[in-house]
Design a protein around this ligand. Sequence first.
Ligand code: GLN
Length: 310
Amino acid sequence: MSASEAVTDTLRELHGRFAGVREGQPADYIPELARAVSDDFGLALVSMDGHAYGAGAADTPFTLQSVSKPFVYALALTALGLDEVTRWVGAEPSGEAFNAISLEHGTGRPANAMVNAGAIVTTALVPDTREAPAFQSILTCLSRFAGRKLDVDEGVYGSEAATGDRNRALAYLIRSTGALPVDPVAAVDTYFRQCAVRVTALDLAVMAATLAHGGVNPVTGERVVSPEVAAQVLAVMATCGMYDSSGDWLLRVGLPAKSGVSGGLIAAGPARFGLAAYSPLLDAAGTSVRGHAALAALSERFGLHLMRNP
Ligand code: GLN
Protein backbone atom coordinates (compact mmCIF):
# COMPACT_ATOMS: atom_id res chain seq x y z
CA MET A 1 0.00 0.00 0.00
CA SER A 2 1.37 3.47 -0.88
CA ALA A 3 1.79 6.11 1.84
CA SER A 4 -1.08 8.10 0.42
CA GLU A 5 -3.41 5.08 0.31
CA ALA A 6 -2.48 4.44 3.94
CA VAL A 7 -3.51 8.00 4.90
CA THR A 8 -6.81 7.72 3.03
CA ASP A 9 -7.49 4.35 4.64
CA THR A 10 -6.74 5.72 8.10
CA LEU A 11 -9.07 8.70 7.65
CA ARG A 12 -11.86 6.43 6.40
CA GLU A 13 -11.33 3.98 9.22
CA LEU A 14 -11.40 6.69 11.90
CA HIS A 15 -14.42 8.28 10.25
CA GLY A 16 -16.21 4.94 10.44
CA ARG A 17 -15.10 4.37 14.01
CA PHE A 18 -16.40 7.69 15.38
CA ALA A 19 -19.36 8.50 13.08
CA GLY A 20 -21.72 6.66 15.43
CA VAL A 21 -20.77 8.72 18.50
CA ARG A 22 -23.89 10.61 19.57
CA GLU A 23 -22.60 12.46 22.63
CA GLY A 24 -22.65 16.24 22.76
CA GLN A 25 -24.91 19.02 21.49
CA PRO A 26 -24.59 21.65 18.77
CA ALA A 27 -24.00 25.15 20.19
CA ASP A 28 -27.29 26.98 20.56
CA TYR A 29 -26.31 30.28 22.21
CA ILE A 30 -25.79 31.49 18.63
CA PRO A 31 -29.25 30.46 17.34
CA GLU A 32 -28.15 29.85 13.74
CA LEU A 33 -25.56 27.28 14.88
CA ALA A 34 -28.28 25.13 16.47
CA ARG A 35 -29.51 24.36 12.93
CA ALA A 36 -26.35 22.33 12.20
CA VAL A 37 -26.84 18.75 11.00
CA SER A 38 -25.80 16.55 13.92
CA ASP A 39 -24.73 13.68 11.65
CA ASP A 40 -22.24 15.75 9.68
CA PHE A 41 -18.73 14.50 10.29
CA GLY A 42 -15.71 15.29 8.16
CA LEU A 43 -12.00 14.62 8.54
CA ALA A 44 -9.15 16.11 6.54
CA LEU A 45 -5.38 15.98 6.47
CA VAL A 46 -2.90 17.99 4.40
CA SER A 47 0.73 16.97 4.14
CA MET A 48 3.75 19.25 3.74
CA ASP A 49 3.93 18.44 0.02
CA GLY A 50 0.40 19.78 -0.38
CA HIS A 51 -1.51 16.52 -0.71
CA ALA A 52 -5.03 16.84 0.68
CA TYR A 53 -6.97 13.87 2.02
CA GLY A 54 -10.55 13.82 3.22
CA ALA A 55 -13.16 11.45 4.60
CA GLY A 56 -16.89 11.98 5.18
CA ALA A 57 -18.20 15.55 5.13
CA ALA A 58 -14.81 17.12 4.41
CA ASP A 59 -16.42 19.52 1.87
CA THR A 60 -19.37 20.60 4.01
CA PRO A 61 -19.32 24.32 4.81
CA PHE A 62 -19.55 25.66 8.37
CA THR A 63 -18.29 28.79 10.09
CA LEU A 64 -14.82 29.23 11.58
CA GLN A 65 -15.87 30.59 14.98
CA SER A 66 -12.92 30.35 17.36
CA VAL A 67 -10.75 28.54 14.84
CA SER A 68 -10.34 32.04 13.34
CA LYS A 69 -8.46 33.20 16.46
CA PRO A 70 -4.97 31.79 15.78
CA PHE A 71 -5.02 33.11 12.21
CA VAL A 72 -6.05 36.63 13.19
CA TYR A 73 -3.42 36.47 15.93
CA ALA A 74 -0.93 35.63 13.15
CA LEU A 75 -2.11 38.70 11.24
CA ALA A 76 -1.71 40.98 14.28
CA LEU A 77 1.75 39.53 15.01
CA THR A 78 2.75 40.14 11.41
CA ALA A 79 1.50 43.73 11.49
CA LEU A 80 2.83 44.73 14.92
CA GLY A 81 5.38 42.16 16.10
CA LEU A 82 5.30 40.00 19.23
CA ASP A 83 6.35 42.69 21.72
CA GLU A 84 3.66 45.17 20.73
CA VAL A 85 0.93 42.51 20.51
CA THR A 86 1.96 41.19 23.92
CA ARG A 87 1.49 44.64 25.43
CA TRP A 88 -2.22 44.21 24.69
CA VAL A 89 -2.85 40.47 24.98
CA GLY A 90 -0.94 37.92 27.08
CA ALA A 91 0.20 34.38 26.39
CA GLU A 92 -0.76 32.59 29.60
CA PRO A 93 -3.26 29.74 29.74
CA SER A 94 -6.36 31.05 31.47
CA GLY A 95 -7.63 27.71 32.76
CA GLU A 96 -11.08 29.11 32.05
CA ALA A 97 -13.88 28.73 29.52
CA PHE A 98 -13.68 30.48 26.14
CA ASN A 99 -16.11 33.22 27.14
CA ALA A 100 -14.71 33.87 30.64
CA ILE A 101 -13.64 37.27 31.92
CA SER A 102 -9.96 36.29 31.66
CA LEU A 103 -8.33 39.63 32.37
CA GLU A 104 -5.03 40.21 34.16
CA HIS A 105 -5.35 41.94 37.53
CA GLY A 106 -4.18 45.49 37.37
CA THR A 107 -3.69 45.85 33.61
CA GLY A 108 -6.98 44.39 32.31
CA ARG A 109 -5.00 42.65 29.59
CA PRO A 110 -6.69 39.42 28.41
CA ALA A 111 -4.88 36.20 29.33
CA ASN A 112 -4.29 35.02 25.77
CA ALA A 113 -5.49 35.40 22.19
CA MET A 114 -7.40 32.10 22.11
CA VAL A 115 -10.14 33.08 24.59
CA ASN A 116 -12.83 35.50 23.42
CA ALA A 117 -11.52 38.44 25.49
CA GLY A 118 -8.07 38.12 23.93
CA ALA A 119 -9.40 37.44 20.45
CA ILE A 120 -11.49 40.62 20.52
CA VAL A 121 -8.36 42.58 21.44
CA THR A 122 -6.36 40.80 18.73
CA THR A 123 -8.97 41.74 16.15
CA ALA A 124 -8.89 45.32 17.44
CA LEU A 125 -5.12 45.41 16.84
CA VAL A 126 -5.45 44.70 13.11
CA PRO A 127 -4.73 48.00 11.37
CA ASP A 128 -7.97 49.60 10.15
CA THR A 129 -7.75 52.32 7.50
CA ARG A 130 -10.05 53.62 4.80
CA GLU A 131 -7.87 52.01 2.10
CA ALA A 132 -7.44 48.74 4.01
CA PRO A 133 -10.37 48.10 6.40
CA ALA A 134 -9.52 45.60 9.16
CA PHE A 135 -12.10 43.03 8.11
CA GLN A 136 -10.85 43.08 4.53
CA SER A 137 -7.31 42.35 5.75
CA ILE A 138 -8.64 39.56 7.98
CA LEU A 139 -10.65 37.94 5.17
CA THR A 140 -7.69 38.19 2.79
CA CYS A 141 -5.38 36.65 5.41
CA LEU A 142 -7.78 33.79 6.21
CA SER A 143 -8.19 33.16 2.47
CA ARG A 144 -4.42 32.98 1.96
CA PHE A 145 -4.14 30.47 4.79
CA ALA A 146 -6.90 28.40 3.15
CA GLY A 147 -5.58 28.84 -0.38
CA ARG A 148 -8.91 30.00 -1.77
CA LYS A 149 -11.23 32.97 -1.52
CA LEU A 150 -13.42 32.58 1.58
CA ASP A 151 -16.67 34.40 2.30
CA VAL A 152 -18.96 35.26 5.21
CA ASP A 153 -22.09 33.34 6.20
CA GLU A 154 -24.31 36.37 6.69
CA GLY A 155 -26.97 34.31 8.49
CA VAL A 156 -24.53 33.20 11.19
CA TYR A 157 -23.01 36.68 11.41
CA GLY A 158 -26.47 38.24 11.89
CA SER A 159 -27.43 35.62 14.45
CA GLU A 160 -24.31 36.23 16.55
CA ALA A 161 -24.56 40.00 16.15
CA ALA A 162 -28.15 39.84 17.44
CA THR A 163 -27.27 37.76 20.50
CA GLY A 164 -23.61 38.55 21.27
CA ASP A 165 -24.07 40.74 24.33
CA ARG A 166 -21.58 38.79 26.42
CA ASN A 167 -18.81 39.54 23.91
CA ARG A 168 -19.86 43.20 23.77
CA ALA A 169 -19.81 43.31 27.56
CA LEU A 170 -16.32 41.79 27.56
CA ALA A 171 -15.14 44.42 25.08
CA TYR A 172 -16.57 47.26 27.19
CA LEU A 173 -14.95 45.81 30.30
CA ILE A 174 -11.56 45.65 28.59
CA ARG A 175 -12.06 49.16 27.25
CA SER A 176 -12.85 50.40 30.77
CA THR A 177 -9.37 49.33 31.92
CA GLY A 178 -7.72 51.09 28.98
CA ALA A 179 -6.67 47.77 27.46
CA LEU A 180 -8.66 48.06 24.20
CA PRO A 181 -7.22 50.46 21.67
CA VAL A 182 -10.41 50.97 19.60
CA ASP A 183 -14.19 51.33 19.80
CA PRO A 184 -15.64 48.19 21.50
CA VAL A 185 -18.69 47.97 19.23
CA ALA A 186 -16.59 48.10 16.06
CA ALA A 187 -14.06 45.58 17.40
CA VAL A 188 -16.75 43.08 18.34
CA ASP A 189 -18.56 43.53 15.03
CA THR A 190 -15.35 42.69 13.13
CA TYR A 191 -14.78 39.76 15.50
CA PHE A 192 -18.31 38.41 14.80
CA ARG A 193 -17.63 38.67 11.06
CA GLN A 194 -14.35 36.78 11.31
CA CYS A 195 -16.15 34.05 13.33
CA ALA A 196 -18.75 33.76 10.53
CA VAL A 197 -16.24 33.14 7.73
CA ARG A 198 -17.27 29.95 5.94
CA VAL A 199 -14.85 27.04 5.55
CA THR A 200 -14.78 23.27 5.11
CA ALA A 201 -12.73 20.67 6.98
CA LEU A 202 -10.42 20.52 3.95
CA ASP A 203 -9.89 24.30 4.18
CA LEU A 204 -9.09 23.97 7.86
CA ALA A 205 -6.54 21.23 7.19
CA VAL A 206 -4.82 23.51 4.64
CA MET A 207 -4.84 26.37 7.17
CA ALA A 208 -3.36 24.15 9.89
CA ALA A 209 -0.84 22.74 7.41
CA THR A 210 0.29 26.29 6.57
CA LEU A 211 1.17 26.85 10.24
CA ALA A 212 2.84 23.41 10.40
CA HIS A 213 4.81 24.28 7.25
CA GLY A 214 6.42 27.39 8.75
CA GLY A 215 3.91 29.84 7.30
CA VAL A 216 4.01 28.67 3.66
CA ASN A 217 0.73 27.28 2.32
CA PRO A 218 1.79 23.82 1.10
CA VAL A 219 -0.96 23.71 -1.54
CA THR A 220 -0.48 27.14 -3.17
CA GLY A 221 3.20 27.61 -2.27
CA GLU A 222 2.43 31.14 -1.03
CA ARG A 223 4.23 32.45 2.06
CA VAL A 224 1.39 33.69 4.28
CA VAL A 225 3.34 34.51 7.48
CA SER A 226 6.98 34.28 8.57
CA PRO A 227 8.37 31.11 10.19
CA GLU A 228 8.68 33.09 13.45
CA VAL A 229 5.02 34.10 13.45
CA ALA A 230 3.90 30.54 12.57
CA ALA A 231 5.93 29.22 15.54
CA GLN A 232 4.54 31.90 17.89
CA VAL A 233 0.97 31.06 16.91
CA LEU A 234 1.55 27.31 17.33
CA ALA A 235 3.07 27.92 20.76
CA VAL A 236 -0.01 29.81 21.96
CA MET A 237 -2.30 27.18 20.41
CA ALA A 238 -0.38 24.48 22.31
CA THR A 239 -0.77 26.17 25.68
CA CYS A 240 -4.14 27.93 25.29
CA GLY A 241 -5.95 26.67 22.16
CA MET A 242 -8.27 24.26 23.98
CA TYR A 243 -9.13 26.69 26.83
CA ASP A 244 -9.48 24.91 30.17
CA SER A 245 -8.68 21.53 28.61
CA SER A 246 -5.45 22.72 26.95
CA GLY A 247 -3.24 20.89 29.44
CA ASP A 248 -5.10 17.63 29.11
CA TRP A 249 -5.10 17.93 25.31
CA LEU A 250 -1.33 18.57 25.18
CA LEU A 251 -0.77 15.68 27.57
CA ARG A 252 -2.82 13.18 25.61
CA VAL A 253 -2.75 14.39 22.00
CA GLY A 254 0.50 16.36 22.09
CA LEU A 255 -0.27 18.88 19.31
CA PRO A 256 -1.09 22.59 19.04
CA ALA A 257 -4.82 22.76 18.36
CA LYS A 258 -7.82 25.06 18.20
CA SER A 259 -11.51 24.30 18.56
CA GLY A 260 -14.57 26.31 17.55
CA VAL A 261 -18.22 26.17 18.61
CA SER A 262 -19.53 25.36 15.14
CA GLY A 263 -17.70 22.03 15.47
CA GLY A 264 -14.49 22.79 13.59
CA LEU A 265 -11.22 21.61 15.11
CA ILE A 266 -7.64 21.88 13.85
CA ALA A 267 -4.34 20.44 15.00
CA ALA A 268 -0.89 20.99 13.55
CA GLY A 269 1.96 18.49 13.49
CA PRO A 270 4.92 20.81 12.80
CA ALA A 271 6.78 19.79 9.61
CA ARG A 272 4.35 16.84 9.27
CA PHE A 273 0.63 17.52 8.77
CA GLY A 274 -2.30 19.85 9.15
CA LEU A 275 -5.28 18.00 10.60
CA ALA A 276 -8.91 19.06 10.78
CA ALA A 277 -12.28 17.74 11.78
CA TYR A 278 -15.84 18.96 11.57
CA SER A 279 -18.71 17.64 13.65
CA PRO A 280 -21.14 19.98 15.40
CA LEU A 281 -21.80 17.87 18.51
CA LEU A 282 -19.82 19.63 21.25
CA ASP A 283 -18.64 18.70 24.74
CA ALA A 284 -19.00 21.04 27.72
CA ALA A 285 -15.81 22.94 26.75
CA GLY A 286 -17.20 23.71 23.27
CA THR A 287 -15.04 21.15 21.45
CA SER A 288 -16.31 18.74 18.83
CA VAL A 289 -16.69 15.34 20.49
CA ARG A 290 -16.06 13.28 17.35
CA GLY A 291 -13.37 15.71 16.20
CA HIS A 292 -11.53 15.38 19.50
CA ALA A 293 -11.66 11.60 19.35
CA ALA A 294 -10.58 11.44 15.71
CA LEU A 295 -7.69 13.91 15.95
CA ALA A 296 -6.41 12.20 19.10
CA ALA A 297 -6.47 8.89 17.22
CA LEU A 298 -4.73 10.43 14.20
CA SER A 299 -1.98 11.85 16.41
CA GLU A 300 -1.47 8.45 17.95
CA ARG A 301 -1.59 6.61 14.63
CA PHE A 302 1.02 8.83 13.01
CA GLY A 303 3.17 9.29 16.15
CA LEU A 304 2.65 13.06 16.21
CA HIS A 305 2.89 13.74 19.98
CA LEU A 306 5.45 16.56 20.13
CA MET A 307 7.03 15.48 23.38
CA ARG A 308 7.72 12.01 22.10
CA ASN A 309 11.18 10.98 20.92
CA PRO A 310 10.50 8.44 18.17
N1 GLN B 1 -18.17 33.41 17.96
C1 GLN B 1 -18.08 32.60 19.13
C2 GLN B 1 -18.18 33.45 20.39
O1 GLN B 1 -17.58 34.47 20.44
C3 GLN B 1 -16.81 31.81 19.12
C4 GLN B 1 -16.61 30.97 20.37
C5 GLN B 1 -15.95 29.66 20.09
O2 GLN B 1 -15.89 29.16 18.98
N2 GLN B 1 -15.52 29.02 21.16
O3 GLN B 1 -18.84 33.12 21.32
